[in-house]
Design a protein around this ligand. Structure first.
Ligand code: ASP
Length: 362
């Protein structure tokens, strides 16, 4: 359901873009993309390439230990290993590159671009992708931070059998409180850090950054990069490195990308669907809503099941009209609803705009 305010906001974006005839640069991204959008815009303004711009933008999140959904500091798989997925598409040359299940390299977006430029392939995965990256000079490093290691151990300890027992504890015969082992392992951990770890263990995060750019020449590119679903089974690949799901760019039409539960996106080939919708005349917001309806259709529109996840799409048309949309109007934590937003930079400061949405949580 799109409310009036959202409709007007979308139309305002469209009107502005139409006035300028897209003779201006625009960068949009998922809600963690405020700094990346600003960085990408800086590069576009200095005449840089659209793909270089979005990659430089998302590198900020990839190297930020506090973004626990991307790159360094991303929450690991169930074995405590960070596994990264990313892909890039360059509109002007119509080329694409992608890497999946990459370990120990901080910048999977750059590796995806290297695959695009230095091989005759589009996608590489796993250990061999790591070997490839090392051959091209990427530095191997541990991507697990103390914070993400703590969250992972708390998650392991939170898994219990039917009697409420966990092997990841002090043992039945241990003196003291059942959480003593955790405090011994992390003596410096503040109550806030322990609370964070507990929250992440209980609510496995999804999170990613998708960033799309259009320059004054009408050229477009996009990137999506992620550590994927936290606590995933090793080897699980989400939508983010899948060309046509996590990202799609067609220089003649526009670009789209996604964050949120990748399993749903893969089944509707979301980014490609949205670009095709725009090709056939839909406005970006309608193209996004149509894609969200396909996600909902896969569950027979049963909201009691749909409520268990969220998924977000971002669309940027070649004329500069854009939209961000989610299945739900927001996320509820401790009884409070935080609305879904996405980041936009059209030349000034980056800002967050409300996503349109299909369903409302109350
Ligand atoms: N789409 C990502 C994945 O499924 C995660 C996310 O964006 O939340 O791997």
């Amino acid at each position: 359901m799109v409310n009036r305010r959202q409709w007007l906001a979308g139309s305002a974006g469209a009107a502005l873009a139409a006035q300028s005839g897209a003779a201006r640069s625009i960068v949009i991204a998922s809600s963690n993309g405020l700094r990346p959008c600003a960085k990408a815009m800086e590069i576009l303004r200095s005449g840089g390439d659209t793909l270089d711009a979005v990659i430089a933008g998302v590198n900020i999140q990839e190297e930020d230990p506090d973004d626990d959904s991307v790159g360094y500091g991303g929450l690991p798989n169930e074995e405590g290993v960070v596994e990264l997925d990313a892909c890039v598409m360059h509109g002007p040359t119509r080329r694409a590159g992608s890497v999946a299940s990459l370990r120990n390299i901080k910048y999977p977006s750059k590796v995806a671009k290297t695959i695009m430029e230095q091989t005759d392939h589009v996608m590489m995965a796993g250990d061999n992708a790591l070997r490839f990256a090392k051959a091209f000079g990427y530095k191997e490093e541990n991507l697990l931070t103390e914070k993400s290691r703590l969250a992972w151990l708390v998650w392991k300890a939170s898994l219990r059998d039917a009697r409420g027992h966990s092997n990841w504890s002090d043992g039945l015969d241990a003196p003291g409180k059942p959480t003593a082992w955790l405090q011994r392992l992390f003596p410096e951990a503040s109550p806030e850090l322990l609370a964070y770890a507990w929250d992440r263990a209980m609510h496995p995060v999804t999170g990613t950054i998708n960033c799309l750019a259009l320059n004054v020449k009408g050229e477009m590119s996009g990137v999506t990069t992620t550590s994927g679903l936290s606590w995933k089974i090793p080897g699980r690949v989400g939508d983010s490195p899948i060309i046509g799901a996590g990202l799609y760019v067609d220089q003649d039409v526009g670009a789209a990308g996604s964050t949120g539960r990748g399993e749903e996106n893969i089944r509707v080939a979301g980014a490609h669907t949205i670009v095709e919708n725009m090709r056939h005349g839909m406005a970006p917001k309608d193209a996004v809503l149509d894609c969200l309806k396909r996600v909902s259709r896969n569950y027979n529109r049963d909201k009691s099941r749909l409520t268990k996840f969220d998924i977000n799409f971002y669309a940027l048309r070649k004329d500069g009209v854009y939209a961000g949309g989610s299945l739900w109007n927001g996320q509820t934590r401790q009884g409070k609803l935080s609305p879904r937003r996405f980041a936009v930079n059209d030349g000034g400061q980056s800002r967050l705009e409300d996503c349109i949405y299909l369903y409302e949580r109350r």
